[in-house]
Design a protein around this ligand. Structure first.
Ligand code: LLP
Length: 385
């Protein structure tokens, strides 16, 4: 929760800006690391969710590795001090330059998303006199019951290698002396809130693993990806993702063989709730049928509502006035630049500070300069004490 003192401090900061509640981040990480410690699991933070230096520093401090999806993310992870031996690198379109950089960094695993990619990694590693550790990102054909744009585990999605191609992978591996297969990787989607989906995924992993066992291909690592959702509807009442329930389901449903290591790639669940996009009301426009509260933050600052019809809680931090219904919108010249329709918010006046909640994941990192707008800066709670 944002405190009165913090709201006072916001008064002198130019809006819009991202505010990070570092206490909540640490509280979330405390619980997360306690849970993975309990089961002996490994975690690699999906830095695509938020790559701010202070966030990375905090997460690295908890001993997590990094999950990257581009050469620049690998570079940034190394620069931020993440152990290269704990970096995993996925993505359907890794360029030669990116692969070479990751080979030089000595990352833990390339999560390979196609058969031709394995051959290229082999060739590039060979030319550099290195051996690449790879995992097969499997497309398990599972419905994650989430928004279609953030669903990744269905057979029509571009991600991963389908089971029918396992034999091709095995044949190819026998001709690839510069790669070593160390595991299987799965990531079926993001903002998954239906827990049985994870149980289903574990059972499917076991089914798929059977193929490798039957074909004498040892699998030392199982990486279950990320995907655990957060509560966008009630961030104040439910600020920490349900890690206990999640890991309990995984533990009860995943068959782990002796010597096998289990990995995760959490993104949103670690950083989603600690971020707030703080904005000001520029104008209240009263029409015949509705009232608009026009904010100085727009879809260029946080694109999730425009892109995925995502719902973010909106709180007026400056008002205790009667709750009224507003269409809360941004300043960008797009009708999709809308924070929420008919939202019940305390009476808005020009200058009121508005809090768009649960903005820590896929918020600032996806910001852009459309309409030549400035990028919102980050403010950290630790600096306001
Ligand atoms: N691992 C892989 C291979 C991924 O592709 C992702 C996210 C993650 C892990 C982390 O997933 P998480 O724990 O955060 O759910 N921009 C979208 C979300 C895109 C997710 C992309 N992949 C949004 O704002 O909802």
């Amino acid at each position: 929760m944002i405190t009165k003192k913090q709201v006072e401090a916001f008064g002198s900061i130019e809006t819009p800006f991202y505010f990070y509640d570092m206490d909540l981040l640490r509280q979330t990480l405390d619980l997360y690391t306690e849970q993975i410690g309990k089961y002996g699991y490994n975690a690699h933070y999906a830095m695509k969710a938020n790559a701010n230096d202070r966030i990375l520093e905090t997460i690295k401090g908890y001993g997590l590795g990094a999950d990257c999806v581009s050469g620049n993310e690998v570079k940034l992870a190394v620069k931020a001090g993440f152990d290269p031996g704990k970096i995993v690198y996925a993505g359907v379109g890794k360029s030669d330059k990116e692969i070479r950089a990751a080979l030089r960094a000595g990352i833990f695993s390339f999560n390979c998303e196609s058969v031709p990619e394995i051959r290229i990694i082999n060739d590039l590693a060979g030319a550099m006199g290195r051996k690449a550790r790879i995992s097969i990102r499997v497309n398990p054909d599972i419905d994650a019951h989430t928004h279609k744009y953030i669903s990744t585990g269905l057979k029509e999605n571009k991600f991963g290698i389908s089971p029918w191609a396992f034999q091709d992978v095995k044949d190819l591996l026998s001709q690839c002396p510069h790669v070593e297969l160390i595991g299987l990787h799965f990531h079926i989607g993001s903002q998954i809130t239906e827990m049985p989906v994870f149980a289903l995924m574990c059972r499917r992993i076991e089914e798929l693993q059977q193929w490798f066992i039957e074909h004498d291909v040892p699998i030392a690592n199982l990486n279950l990806g990320g995907g655990l959702g957060i509560n966008y509807q009630d961030p104040a009442g439910d600020p920490v993702a349900h890690f206990e329930e999640y890991f309990d389901i995984i533990h009860r449903n995943l068959v782990v063989r002796p010597g096998q290591q289990v990995h995760f790639e959490p993104g949103r669940a670690l950083v989603g709730q600690c971020g707030h996009l703080i904005s000001r009301v520029l104008y209240v426009k009263v029409g015949r049928e509705k009232k608009f509260a026009i904010l100085d933050a727009g879809m260029n600052d946080l694109i999730r509502p425009a892109l995925y019809q995502a719902w973010h809680d909106i709180v007026n931090l400056s008002s205790t006035g009667r709750k009224l219904r507003y269409d809360v919108v941004g300043p960008v010249c797009e009708s999709s630049d809308c924070w929420g329709m008919k939202r019940l918010v305390n009476t808005c006046r020009r200058g009121d500070l508005m809090d768009i909640r649960s903005a820590g994941a896929y918020g600032q990192v996806m910001a852009m300069r459309y309409n030549q707008r400035d990028l919102a800066k980050a403010v950290y709670s630790d600096d306001l004490k």
